[in-house]
Design a protein around this ligand. Structure first.
Ligand code: VG1
Ligand code: CO
Length: 553
């Protein structure tokens, strides 16, 4: 425990700046900009001031604060602590070295009845002085702020020319302890404990531990980001996996120059170990802030849409879900693999826009137990965020229960439910004008496509996806262009809301083969007709000048 006495007296300062920042509109998940942009004078402070003016209950409330350890984390924590004190926050709960994964932050908010969290992360985007920084805002339910709140924060920033901050104090974050500035308490917690306890309540650790052996070796890649300490504590210290199971386990400010995005491109070392080597039976990686996961078996990559379906189909293997599922949800671009499982289980399935914030109401209302996205995110009602390590433990629990390999589990799954061949093609750093013109060009062509032929199928519906939240009635439009075909295949196009350089075009491709069909083909081969048809229809190669996507997952 440490506590502090301040040599000089902290004082309240009202800082003025002009003109207001006009570009602080949060995207799919928080405000994300280059580290350089965040370093401009008053830039971070402007966004934080808007949060503290907008989030309900700031005065006298509890706020959770931490981040994924990237460059800028420490400075931001210092600024936010001083601004929280200036705004009458009763208590800030932060962590040793400010290291806090996004799902762990969500749990702390819920456990301590906080009014919300400020999470410093640009998630899977690269970090460091030349990388990206970000601020995620979570609400009192522990989940990402809904659109109504992020819109209110954005409109506040547009007129903002001053902020309140306490000067002349700083707090060391190297040890757990309590500090006080004015009336505000700063509680520094270990950050891992609460989360580890929660995992122990959800899963049967003894069972998982007994399955991990020399015959079933596991490898986990934290990609030099936030999950390292969590994974070491859980996988190595508690479950007894050998030291070294967790690779790249120390959070680094620049993630060691890597891109903390768990996919086959950016987690290539791990993918090679599992797909080309024979030493390991199970591999997993998480992203910068610990909410995403990639799962691999020996010689077997699990597509994230399939992963959600497998978790749903086998949920009763996990003690916390023994009684079954209330319902499931997936984001619109995620494949329908989970829908088939939900139908079989006779539970409801919801299709939401991209971004975890859209699952919050359904989880709060008890309408769903599990949810997920094609972008390597899966989660449940245990927190209000997607949760990378939870998904890894879920997989291990199923494998331990079934005494199965990943490849066998997938084969059994497809032979029962059929297979949704699926891929996402990302075209990154496209000039914003070109991407928007491409998008609106396709949009204008959509109505005339219905009834016509596309990739050898017939088009049955085209639209720009729009979502009505059944719980609060809010409507979210313009969520992606869809072309649905008569054999349950489809193509979806969207522009990313998390990139910081130009625009990223995402093309989602899906084709269903029933259980009687060929279940072990190469997805890129199966999807080829869809890939070439959307390329000519939307003129992707022609307009972007890119002959292939930057990332294929
Ligand atoms: C991406 C993913 C989306 C995910 C979001 C935040 O958004 O596609 O599914 O919810 O990132 O993930 P976009 O708009 O770039 O497609 V994370 O790990 O930042 O919190
Ligand atoms: Co993330």
């Amino acid at each position: 425990m440490s506590s502090s006495v301040f040599a000089s007296t902290p004082y309240l300062n009202e800082v003025r700046f002009s003109p207001p920042f006009t570009d602080q509109k949060p995207g799919t998940s928080g405000l994300r900009k280059s580290s350089r942009q965040f370093e401009q004078p008053h830039y971070l402070e402007s966004f934080i001031e808007a949060i503290l003016r907008t989030l309900p209950g700031v005065k006298g409330g509890i706020v959770v604060l931490g981040g994924d350890g990237r460059y800028g984390n420490r400075r931001a924590i210092d600024v936010i602590l001083r601004m929280a004190a200036a705004h009458g926050v009763r208590k800030v709960i932060t962590t040793v070295d400010g290291i806090l994964s996004t799902p762990a932050a969500s749990h702390i908010v819920r456990q301590h009845k906080a009014i919300g969290a400020i999470i410093l992360s640009a998630s899977h985007n690269s970090g460091g002085p030349e990388g990206d920084f970000g601020v995620k805002v979570n609400a009192a339910n522990g989940g990402p702020a809904p659109e109504s709140l992020t819109n209110a924060i954005y409109s506040c920033t547009k007129g903002l020319e001053e902020y309140l901050i306490v000067e002349n104090f700083s707090v060391p974050l190297d040890l757990p302890g309590q500090h006080k500035v004015g009336e505000m308490i700063i509680e520094i917690v270990d950050g891992l404990e609460d989360y580890v306890d929660l995992m122990q309540k959800i899963f049967d650790f003894d069972r998982i531990s007994s399955y991990i052996s020399s015959d079933f070796r596991i490898a986990f890649d934290a990609l030099n980001a936030v999950t390292g300490p969590y994974a070491r504590r859980i996988l190595e210290d508690i479950l007894g996996a050998p030291k070294g199971t967790v690779r790249n386990g120390i959070p680094l400010e620049d993630f060691g120059g890597c891109h903390p995005d768990p996919n086959l491109t950016y987690a290539k070392d791990l993918a090679d170990l599992l797909l080309n080597g024979h030493d390991y039976s199970f591999g997993a990686a998480c992203d910068g802030d610990g909410d995403r996961n990639m799962v691999l078996g020996r010689g077997c990559f699990v597509n994230p849409s399939d992963s959600l379906a497998v978790l749903a189909a086998n949920a009763t293997c996990v003690p916390a879900y023994r009684d079954g599922l209330a319902g499931v949800a997936r984001s619109m671009p995620t494949s329908s693999a989970v829908d088939v499982v939900a139908k079989d289980l006779d539970v409801a399935v919801f299709e939401t826009p991209t971004g975890w914030k859209f699952f919050g109401n359904l989880l709060d209302a008890g309408q769903i137990t599990l949810c997920g996205e094609e972008s390597f995110g899966t989660g449940s009602c245990h927190v209000r965020e997607k949760d990378g390590l939870w998904a890894v433990l879920f997989w291990l629990q199923i494998l331990a229960e079934k005494k199965s390999s990943v490849a066998n589990l997938m084969a059994e799954h497809w032979s029962r439910y059929g297979r949704h061949y699926y891929s996402r093609h990302d075209y990154e750093s496209v000039s914003s004008d070109i991407a928007h013109n491409l998008y609106s060009g396709l949009e204008s062509r959509l109505p005339s496509l219905v009834g016509r032929s596309f990739a050898g199928r017939s088009v049955i519906l085209t639209d720009d996806f729009s979502y009505t939240d059944q719980v609060d009635g809010s409507v979210t439009s313009n969520q992606g262009l869809r072309i649905l075909l008569d054999d349950q295949s489809r193509v979806v196009l969207r522009l990313s809301g998390t990139g910081t350089k130009g625009a990223t075009l995402r093309v989602y491709l899906e084709s269903y083969v029933p259980s009687s069909g060929q279940l072990f083909q190469d997805p890129q081969e199966v999807l080829k007709p869809l890939i070439s048809s959307i390329d000519s229809l939307a003129e992707i190669t022609h307009r972007t000048g890119m002959s292939s996507p930057s990332v294929i997952t």
